[in-house]
Every structure is written in structure tokens, then in C-alpha cells.
Write a protein that binds this ligand. Structure first.
Ligand SMILES: [Zn+2]
Length: 94
């Protein structure tokens, strides 16, 4: 049974085994998953949301915006993981 996942290099159209670090056709570096910058963006957006909601709470109730921000961040991380789950990025260095 052929169950080996592959990905096609957009630079040279060589079919590469999923998980390979380098393209066999053009030696491009292959990266998998979401770029770290996406997670920083999610963290920033969640923090902003928490601060924004935080204006309407005080004292012990500040735990509410904190929890909402935390939940938003967890959800965004989940979404990022889902979006980039099947993504491979080819980058050729000269
Ligand atoms: Zn290639």
C-alpha cells in the first residue's frame, strides 16, 4: 500500500518525500509548518484583545479578560496549526 506522503517542489516540480529537508531536484531547503511569526502575531492579537476587554473589568474580575485572551491565543494557535498542517515551504539559497 502506497501511503507515503509527498510534496511537489514549486521551483523545479520534483516530487519529494514529505519530511525531506532538501529538494532532490534543486537543493532548495524545505520548511514545514507555520512560521514562528504567525504565533507572535497571534500572541499580540490575544494580548491586545485582553487589554481591550480589560478596560471593562477591575480587581479580581481581571481574571476574565485574562482567560478570554488565553483562550483566544489557544484557539489561534490551533487555527494556525490547522492552516499550516499541510504546508511545506521551499526556499532556494543561491
Ligand atoms: Zn526543487
Amino acid at each position: 500500500m502506497e501511503n507515503q506522503k509527498t510534496v511537489v517542489c514549486p521551483l523545479c516540480f520534483t516530487t519529494v518525500k514529505w519530511g525531506a529537508r532538501v529538494c532532490l531536484g534543486c537543493q532548495a531547503n524545505i520548511e514545514y509548518g507555520a512560521p514562528t511569526s504567525r504565533y507572535w502575531l497571534a500572541l499580540g492579537a490575544s494580548a491586545y484583545l485582553g487589554i481591550f476587554i480589560g478596560q471593562y473589568f477591575s480587581g479580581l474580575f481581571l481574571i476574565i479578560p485574562f482567560l478570554i485572551a488565553f483562550a483566544a491565543f489557544a484557539y489561534l494557535c490551533y487555527l494556525i496549526g490547522e492552516i499550516y498542517n499541510d504546508k511545506a515551504k521551499f526556499r532556494r539559497y543561491r
